[in-house]
Design a protein. Sequence first.
Length: 133
Amino acid sequence: MTFPGLDRIEALARNLDSWQRELAGKMTELEDSTAEGVSDSGLVRVTAAADGTIVSTEVNARAMRLDSYTLAEEFTAAAKRAQEAAAARVRELVGEVIADAPGGGRPAESSRPAESSRPAGGGQVPDDRPDWY
């Protein structure tokens, strides 16, 4: 007797090993990646690692003419841009890995009950726990 999903499970198992190697490569790429942010004036440049840690800063000599408040704003803007770019790169790499994952092409079915199954007035249906979501 054969089970209907057995072929699919066997195919997933065969693909899992290559997917794990690809995942390890993407993780290495992610660990080594950095992103750069530049202030509006272009006088401050900040580099952030994939986890958002600031790894380096560059300050143009002309930035020293700015008052301390403006210089602080320049650093903040550049750092924020660098961290946002790093986060975007992480999302991009994770998206690639998920798309290439065995079974990753299909959207997952929601385990959350449909809103239409809720009684009017926001009451709870039987066996519905408040911590369910």
